[in-house]
Design a protein around this ligand. Sequence first.
Ligand SMILES: [Zn+2]
Length: 188
Amino acid sequence: MKEYTWHDCTVRIVKKKVKNVNFRIRPEEPHVICLSIPRSMTYETAEKLLEQPRILRWIENYQQKISSLPVLPQGKKEEKLQHVAYCRKRLEQLLPALFQKWEQVLGVTCNKVSIRNTRSQWGSCSLRTKNISISVWLGNFSDECIEYVVVHELAHLLEAGHNERFYKILDQHYPLWRSCREELKKRS
Ligand SMILES: [Zn+2]
């Protein structure tokens, strides 16, 4: 492992049994850039990778995104765990009925729903597997917002992109979506 300071960040490079270079920044440590690199790669090569404009932009965007997310006070691990548990429980109570309702309305079927501890997005939908995952942190929000994310992800089974057709589907079925999106942006 190699660790060094770079710009305002700490770079941590770890050699692992991986094929490609992976970048990772954890929301808890927005200034630590973790790289896992193949064992055959030298640390010098990895350091050079970081200087690529594309990577620099990615890091910048990512840090901006993270800094706008709710961060719980440090040292309150217990409280945080309780909070995550609360959010998860709430979602577990609400999601089944919401998915049932909206699968029927939209005429789609989702294969599996999972609740993930991710802050980078509220929900995601895999068109290949038809699996949908929902961020546990969505449990912090109003029923309407939770419903919006369910509708949004299921609507992707009708339309993959965020295009006119996609928003038309939302307008038609869940006109509240705009205010929910604002709410999620504001408090996130
Ligand atoms: Zn989407």
